[in-house]
Design a protein around this ligand. Structure first.
Ligand code: PMP
Length: 386
């Protein structure tokens, strides 16, 4: 049978070919459908058929929740890309990096005490860290805002976890930790540390690094993430947290991750990284071109860096645009864009000002094209535009 596909929200009709002229460009959310065409070209090598009797147990034969085969292929992937050191490190799996990040915060919080652990991230930050700290255990964690505000108050830090998102969501910067000292622990969120989005200056070697399949292969719906951990005690505490939370990760997700990563590693990964990098690079170029004559809107600037994966200096090709409305009276940049039928995400969701809006560049081909059309129109209507 023909596969039944859902139309993009801007298209209708039985074959999704009717454009809905007034529809809004969706540039919200990080759904990484830009990778869909790659997988459409690799249908056979990525397809999975699972017999009804297969993998019915809670655990593998070694009584763990972790596939050793999958762990091995993840280490191999990091070695080939050169984006993380995994020798003599522990690896843990979670339901997306969302669960892994939560387990990491628990593992780094103080044990057997009623005093809370502070959570910080530098502005603009990915909002999940704040959301998890406030929602899951408000007694155990206290979200303390922008890491920069604590830089000069290091004596006042009793126990603090800094989330470092590198490359950062929303602005693509290769962030480094702001806080240092004996009472500071860091969780490096490396979701976007792949050649798709950024130069890889060196293998990441932090104590606790978190990765996700979502932004690597684009399979956000499979809910598979992992952490690379130096310290055995932290690894044990994270394992205990995930075991109590969900008794490990779905066997089906692990099987799917294994199949996809095997396909990624065909030809040492060159094909998927080239596809993803070229796609994101072309999108960034089209975006900068669309805004090049604008005085009203500006984009983040990240200088090119040497990349050990491509062995040359290369530009950033970020997952998101961190767009700024430059006019003083455009205080609500989200509203300015919304009036022009572009839906982004407000700056305040990242702890920042509403002069900023995040636009997603990782969505489908159609979403991106509609975004560029709407931006071209908006810029052409600027005073004095050519
Ligand atoms: N970290 C960052 C920086 C993200 O942008 C995202 C998803 N947008 C996540 C973690 C969570 O991703 P997932 O749970 O799908 O792994």
């Amino acid at each position: 049978n023909e596969p039944v596909c859902e139309c993009n929200t801007c298209y209708a009709g039985s074959d999704c070919s009717q454009f809905i002229p007034d529809c809004a460009a969706n540039a919200d959310g990080g759904d990484p459908l830009f990778l869909e065409p790659f997988w459409m070209r690799h249908v056979a090598s990525s397809a999975l058929v699972e017999a009804g009797w297969h993998r019915m147990s809670y655990t593998f034969n070694d009584h763990t929740f972790i596939s050793k085969e999958l762990e091995r292929i993840i280490r191999k992937l990091h070695a080939i890309v050169g984006n993380a050191v995994t020798e003599n490190r522990f690896i843990i799996f979670g339901a997306g990096s969302t669960q892994v990040l939560n387990a990491a915060a628990y593992a780094l919080s103080l044990e057997n005490t009623s005093s809370s652990t502070g959570i910080v991230a530098s502005v603009p930050y990915y909002t999940l860290y704040k959301g998890q700290a406030e929602y899951f255990s408000s007694a155990k964690f206290k979200f303390q805002g922008d890491a920069y505000t604590w830089r000069k108050k290091s004596d006042a830090i009793t126990n603090m976890i800094e989330f470092v998102t590198s490359p950062n969501n929303p602005d693509g910067r290769l962030n480094k930790q702001i806080l240092h000292g004996p009472n500071v622990k860091t969780i490096y969120d490396r979701a976007y540390y792949w050649p798709h989005f950024t130069p890889i200056p060196a293998p990441a070697d932090e104590d606790l690094m978190v990765f996700t399949l979502s932004k690597l292969t684009g399979h956000a719906g499979s809910r598979f993430g992992w952490a690379v951990i130096k310290d055995e005690n932290v690894f044990n505490r994270m394992t205990a947290h995930i075991n109590i939370n969900s008794m490990g990760v779905s066997m089906d997700s692990q099987l799917r991750a294994f199949k996809l990563l095997k396909a990624v590693l065909e030809g040492e990964g060159k094909e998927i990284f080239d596809f993803a990098y070229q796609t994101m690079k072309a999108r960034w170029e089209r975006l900068t071109m669309a805004l090049s004559s604008s005085k009203r809107f500006s984009l983040q600037k990240n200088n090119p860096q040497y990349c050990i994966f491509y062995n040359r200096v290369r530009e950033f090709s970020p997952a998101y645009a961190w767009l700024k409305c430059e006019r003083k009276d455009d205080k609500d940049c989200y509203a300015v864009l919304k009036a022009a039928k572009i839906i982004g995400r407000q700056g305040n969701k990242f702890g920042s000002e509403d002069h900023y809006v995040r636009l997603s560049l990782v969505r489908s081909h159609d979403d991106f094209n509609i975004l560029i059309d709407r931006l071209n129109k908006l810029v052409s209507e600027e005073d004095g535009a050519k």
